[in-house]
Design a protein around this ligand. Structure first.
Ligand code: SF4
Length: 194
């Protein structure tokens, strides 16, 4: 199997990438980390998360690819869903949008399967992520791997990763000055580790 790992950030993907790099996932012959997250806003935040992802991949010597930050196109994909809470319909559309890109990336580059870390955060609903992946991936196989959470937490405790305190889009801001600037309401998010 040649696998694309769709990743949102270094803290969520640390354990998964380590497991893949160590050959712990049966059937995976080759893999690449795909960082395609046009949902992340603003661009400075996107750049921080992207740089941390690249730094971690380089530390482990694994391949990675970075997609475009087409935030305006992403906004079109979630139009009308801006007021949805996290884990609601906006997130369905957001996951599907990013999985569709992973599907096209896989087809174009000779990969035949996709997995993700989109559901590992305690703020996420893994079953929602799985459903969006199955809808969006089409001919590309979805591998719903349940990653080793204790490994992920242990790597993160030992790391100096940049850690964000909101999911990614402007509609998921917690109560920060950014929120006031954009003039939107926060969806409900807890605090603590991702
Ligand atoms: S809260 Fe997160 S998953 Fe949901 S739409 Fe925003 S960035 Fe996407």
């Amino acid at each position: 199997m040649r696998l694309v790992l769709a990743s949102c950030c270094a803290p969520c993907s640390s354990g998964a990438i380590k497991q893949l790099a160590d050959g712990e996932i049966a059937g995976v012959d080759d893999f690449i980390v795909l960082f395609y997250n046009p949902n992340i806003f603003p661009n400075d935040e996107y750049t921080k998360r992207m740089n941390e992802q690249i730094r971690y991949c380089n530390t482990l010597g694994v391949k990675y690819a970075v997609g475009d930050w087409d935030h305006d196109a992403w906004r079109n994909a979630v139009r009308g869903l801006e007021s949805e809470p996290e884990r609601g319909a906006r997130c369905d559309a957001c996951f599907a949008y990013r999985f569709a890109y992973a599907r096209d990336f896989a087809i174009k580059n000779g990969y035949n399967a996709v997995a993700s870390v989109f559901g590992v955060s305690k703020h996420k609903d893994q079953s929602q992520v799985d459903a969006a992946a199955r809808r969006a991936l089409g001919e590309i196989e979805y591998i719903p791997i349940r990653w080793d959470e204790s490994l992920r937490q242990s790597i993160n405790r030992a790391s100096n990763f940049y850690r964000q305190n909101y999911c990614g889009c402007e509609f998921s801001f917690r109560k920060t000055p950014q929120m006031a600037l954009v003039g939107i309401n926060s969806c409900e998010m807890g605090s603590g580790e991702l």
